[in-house]
Design a protein around this ligand. Structure first.
Ligand code: IVH
Length: 671
């Protein structure tokens, strides 16, 4: 191949690779398999090695990482990269809106954007070619990291139009890449990154671009610093223009006509932020009209036309005063941290889970310590670490007891479990917790019997087991604190009504180990009556779909206990129903045409179209059952992105595997 032919081929490969890269990294719609991209890239590498004079700065081979730098050069930002004022509440947002209206009048609209948690960068393009990339630095001067930024696949090396522009955006590391990177670092004995933001910043601060190239970074473009030859009138137009130029622009950016709409937008993302594949730490609100930007101007640090709504902190620091021990209904003793009350993710937290003694040791938690408390999504708060540097020497070591804090019987550590367990079936804490479980919503659903009433009934020795609830009389109930005539009547009615419950509620309420509400329903449908279930052997139980060995053994041994026999006798005498009275699913109940009816399905990997819960609900509505692990009983596995061991297991068992697209397509075809 001569030089001229090589030049033609190089140009063709460059265009093809950039187009494939754009579809993959910016649009999330790959055009060709990864292997095809790699093959073409290798061809280009070879040609550029053969004809080094034909290598260029907009070549996709730059994505692999060019020559290392000896130091980063300083660059002055022609337009300063300012920061944003903060808003922490709806009231703060209303004040911001008021200030804006006072300055520019009532004809205002806003653009709400996600506040990506990464590293602000500036990209300068001359006639469409990326010539410089820099960090924000102190806002006036940053560091030139062009070589590193060229490796970020969603940053265009050449724009789709030959414009000269300075673009700003946030370079970030997707959550999944962050987790993988940390796994690899841990295995290699290297220090892990604390969060995706640090990982992104650390990667872009490497002098060798080959390192950044391996870090799977991305960038969302969110504003224009300077632009020549084109006039825009709104910020939203600016975002659309960035999209046209080939940048990755978030699809979530939304125009809002009122501050109420802005507030709803922030509320939506406080709820949904964890569903995103990258981290955000707030919402940026920007006045849409660029003319109004001019009129509003800047304070010393930030524009008056924008503000950042910061999400409530999800990790805060507080003091651990004490560790309380609770005995659950299965006898497991759990330590709970008693904290100096503190607001985490918008709610006051006074207690946090410490799970078990191993965790207390692992985290080196002592009484009196300054601890970091975390609450993510709807998870119970937990202690993630201790600030050991804050220790005064007065902190006290904590040891789990050897005896049950409620009944003083010896605690046992069951083999293979970290939990300590009280094995005394007469332990008052276990009985009380069992009673609370029995009346709870998914079990017998007895209104008016909360934790407090149960505790009183129990401590007054009016009840000793769940059957005793049905022998309570008016006079006994009237003795209790805060129980008037009306509440007593309501409670007696609720108890009476609960006797009619279908079998699955009673089964779940009995608190047989490993039998959840769903399994209870399966058992009730399968066996119809308590008597038939009691006669079933562990082997017969295993043959029931969804019932595993552990659960089957637990059920069989539960019914062998003499005290269970006695309890069921008492319940029977009280006329508590022991039949399944629900409708049995028949062929007609589930959509006959549904490919999921009667099937046991496992969802694995990351799903993009629906989240797990939504996907599960859809399958269940169509008569399928979703379970957590793959076994011989599984009919179908739906494998999302990065499906790991479950997919492998399904392959080895010859179980049908669908991609997420197949699943979504099937659902859409059914609609
Ligand atoms: S606009 C004049 N939009 O938040 C300020 N910033 O303090 C222009 N950030 O570090 C910034 N997402 O990198 C803007 N959608 C977004 C953003 C965003 C994240 C970061 C930005 C800067 C900080 C602002």
């Amino acid at each position: 191949m001569d030089k001229q032919q090589a030049e033609g081929k190089i140009n063709e490969l460059k265009q093809q690779l950039e187009d494939y890269g754009y579809h993959y990294y910016v649009l999330d719609q790959p055009k060709v398999p990864d292997a095809e991209y790699d093959r073409l890239l290798q061809d280009l590498v070879q040609l550029e090695e053969q004809f080094p004079e034909l290598a260029s700065e907009d070549s996709p081979t730059m994505r692999i990482g060019g020559a290392p730098a000896s130091a980063f050069k300083k660059v002055a930002h022609r337009v300063p990269m300012m920061s944003l004022s903060n808003a922490f509440s709806a009231d703060d947002l209303r004040s911001f809106d008021r200030r804006v209206r006072q300055a520019v009048g009532d004809d205002v609209s806003y653009v709400c954007e996600l506040k990506f948690d990464g590293l602000a960068v500036s990209l300068t393009y001359e006639n469409g070619l990326l010539v410089r990339g820099a960090t924000r630095g102190d806002g006036t001067t940053g560091e030139e990291i062009t070589g590193n930024l060229r490796t970020v696949p969603s940053i265009p090396l050449r724009l789709k139009k030959p414009v000269s522009i300075e673009v700003r955006g946030e370079a970030y590391m997707p959550k999944q890449s962050f987790e993988k990177l940390n796994e690899v670092r841990e295995e290699a004995g290297e220090e892990k990154f604390a969060n995706p933001r640090n990982a992104a910043a650390g990667s872009l601060r490497q002098l060798d671009p080959k390192i950044a190239a391996k870090r799977n970074l991305a960038m969302f473009a969110y504003s224009i610093g300077e632009l020549s030859g084109k006039t825009l009138t709104t910020h939203y137009q600016g975002l659309s223009f960035l999209d046209e130029l080939g940048f990755k622009v978030s699809k979530e950016a939304t125009t809002c006509q009122t501050i109420d709409e802005v507030i709803s937008f922030t509320e939506k993302w406080v709820e949904n932020r964890h569903e995103l594949p990258y981290e955000i730490d707030g919402i940026v609100i920007k006045v849409n009209s660029l003319e109004q930007h001019e009129a509003l101007g800047f304070t010393a640090k930030s524009p008056r036309w924008a503000t950042a709504f910061k999400f409530p902190a999800e990790e805060v620091v507080t003091t651990l005063h004490d560790i309380e021990l609770n005995v659950g209904r299965t006898g497991v003793v759990t330590p709970t941290a008693i904290l100096e009350p503190v607001v985490v993710a918008g709610t006051t937290v006074k207690r946090a889970s410490l799970h078990n003694e191993d965790l207390i040791r692992e985290k080196d938690v002592k009484l009196g310590d300054t601890v970091i408390v975390k609450k993510a999504g709807d998870i119970i708060p937990e202690i993630v670490g201790v600030l050991t540097e804050k220790r005064t020497g007065d902190e006290i070591d904590f040891h789990m007891p050897t005896e049950c804090p409620e009944c003083s019987s010896q605690l046992d550590r069951i083999e293979g479990e970290v939990a300590l367990r009280c094995l005394n079936p007469k332990c008052p804490a276990q009985i009380r917790e069992g009673l609370i479980h029995f009346v709870s919503r998914n079990a017998m659903n007895i209104d008016g019997l909360g934790e407090k009433v149960i505790s009183q009934l129990f401590s007054h020795e009016l009840i000793a087991d769940v059957a005793d609830l049905y022998t309570l009389n008016r006079d006994e109930l009237l003795q209790l604190e805060r129980m008037g005539e009306k509440s007593v009547d309501n409670l007696l009615d609720a108890l009476q009504t609960s006797k009619e419950n279908s079998l699955e509620r009673l089964l779940f309420g009995l608190g047989i180990r490993f039998v959840g509400a769903k399994a209870a329903k399966t058992l009730a449908i399968e066996f119809d009556t308590m008597d038939k279930l009691r006669q079933a052997s562990a082997n017969e139980l295993i043959n029931v779909n969804e019932i595993g060995e552990k659960m089957a053994d637990s059920i069989a041994s539960y019914f062998e206990k003499p005290e269970v026999d006695e309890l069921l006798g008492k319940l029977k005498k009280a006329n508590v129903n022991m039949h399944y009275t629900g409708v049995k699913p028949t062929e007609n109940d589930v959509k006959v045409n549904s490919p999921f009816s009667g099937k046991t399905i496992v969802l694995t990997g990351k799903l993009h179209h629906w989240n797990r819960k939504e996907a599960q609900e859809k399958i269940e509505a169509l008569g399928g059952t979703v379970t957590g692990s793959v076994s011989k009983k599984t009919d179908l596995v739906i494998a999302g992105e990065d499906a790991g061991s479950k997919q492998k297991k399904a392959e080895s068992l010859g179980i049908d595997i669908w991609t997420e697209e197949q699943f979504v397509q099937t659902m859409e075809d059914l609609d």
